[in-house]
Design a protein around this ligand. Structure first.
Ligand SMILES: *[C@@H]1O[C@H](CO)[C@@H](O)[C@H](O)[C@H]1NC(C)=O
Ligand SMILES: *[C@@H]1O[C@H](CO)[C@@H](O)[C@H](O)[C@H]1NC(C)=O
Ligand SMILES: *[C@@H]1O[C@H](CO)[C@@H](O)[C@H](O)[C@H]1NC(C)=O
Ligand SMILES: *[C@@H]1O[C@H](CO)[C@@H](O)[C@H](O)[C@H]1NC(C)=O
Length: 328
């Protein structure tokens, strides 16, 4: 049986939503939990956007559709994202929409299940029925705006936890013109988008298949006393397209105000540091460098100002339970 993790929402998502530490100003949004209870919240300055994140789960033979939804204030400047794929007898659609006027996230976003016309044809599979791993690739017709998507994400070395290690299908994901990825000793994520027919096929990605690229970075997850102390930090060889060293610090409920994540990232991931948010960090500072081990660090780039490219954050957190996260 497929068990996509949305209900209850992943703890990290809740952490994100709970991280409201700046004073309120202006915008109000609906806030709805996965169980359907809703209230109105005043957004803090850094989160001047209203978010709706929905998961639609449709049985393709009976057309029975189950919908789960969460709403809240969110970082400003985030684009809308979507991802659709088939696994077993089910068609899964994930949507994240953002809008910026008072209480604008009220409306129910509808998903059409009729096959789209004029879109790409993409390979589709999901790990929950092992269709990706077994190369049992079906195809699906995408909406005209969609690209073909190939997402891999799991914890290292224990790969057993997340039930959707691989997802292939149709989607609209921002900043996804080149590969987007991050890995360290605890986690591996690689997202690729492409826009020609069936371009997301081929064998599934695994970190053991990606050759080292010569860059070495520090790897850890935690804080300076737990997880990221000098004793616990390791040096890893970066693989595949992940040839930049990333170091992010921020506020984390468990790890405190100086929580850190270190590892290897693609250039694109450095520009849109969603791991930081995805990892449950608030008020994030990100450094990325290409000269190995970040020895010649420049000044922190993003500070506490809202980042325009935190595109996938909670969206990815919904898709891919972050197995590296310490249990709460
Ligand atoms: C995102 O979708 C909402 C409708 O759900 C729309 O109002 C908004 O303009 C869209 N934003 C972008 C950046 O396309
Ligand atoms: C298709 O992909 C290429 C390469 O990733 C990109 O340059 C181009 O803008 C994309 N076209 C569309 C319509 O998305
Ligand atoms: C990190 O991973 C490498 C390669 O898998 C391993 O050799 C090393 O012992 C790991 N370090 C830690 C601290 O887990
Ligand atoms: C680091 O994390 C541990 C475990 O959660 C916590 O007990 C400790 O207070 C944190 N250290 C700092 C400096 O925040």
């Amino acid at each position: 049986m497929r068990t996509l993790t949305i209900c209850p929402p992943p703890p990290l998502l809740l952490l994100l939503l709970a991280g409201l530490r700046t004073p309120a100003s202006g915008l109000r949004c609906y806030r709805c939990e996965g169980d359907g209870t809703c209230s109105v919240e005043e957004c803090p300055k850094a989160r001047q956007s209203c978010r709706t994140t929905s998961l639609w789960d449709e049985d393709v033979s009976s057309s029975v559709m189950v919908k789960k939804e969460e709403k809240s204030c969110a970082w400003a400047g985030k684009p809308n994202s979507s991802l659709t794929y088939l696994t077993g007898q089910t068609r899964i659609t994930l949507l994240e929409n953002h809008c910026t006027t008072d209480l604008c996230n009220k409306r129910q976003d509808r998903v059409g299940s009729t096959p789209a016309r004029g879109g790409l044809e993409c390979v589709t599979c999901g790990s929950s029925d092992l269709s990706c791993e077994r190369n049992m690739h079906r195809t699906m017709r995408c909406s005209p705006q969609d690209q073909c998507v190939d997402l891999t994400s799991y914890s290292v070395p224990d790969e057993s936890a997340p039930d959707e290690r691989h997802i292939r299908g149709c989607g609209q994901l921002s900043d996804c013109s080149g590969p987007l990825g991050f890995h360290n000793n605890h986690t591996f994520t690689l997202l690729r988008c492409c826009n020609s027919s069936l371009c997301n096929g081929g064998p599934v990605t695994h970190h053991s298949l990606l050759p080292p690229n010569g860059v070495k970075c520090r790897s850890c997850w935690g804080n300076s006393t737990h997880g990221c102390s000098h004793r616990e930090e390791s040096t890893i060889s970066c693989q595949g397209p992940m040839d930049h060293c990333l170091e992010a610090t921020g506020m984390h409920e468990l790890w405190g105000p100086q929580a850190m994540v270190k590892g290897c990232a693609t250039a694109g991931w450095c520009k849109s540091p969603y791991l930081s948010v995805y990892g449950g960090l608030d008020q994030v500072e990100v450094r990325c460098c290409s000269d190995g081990l970040c020895q010649h660090q420049s000044t922190p780039r993003s500070g506490t100002t809202p980042h325009p490219h935190l595109a996938l954050s909670s969206f990815l957190a919904l898709l891919v339970p972050l197995a590296l996260a310490p249990s709460l």
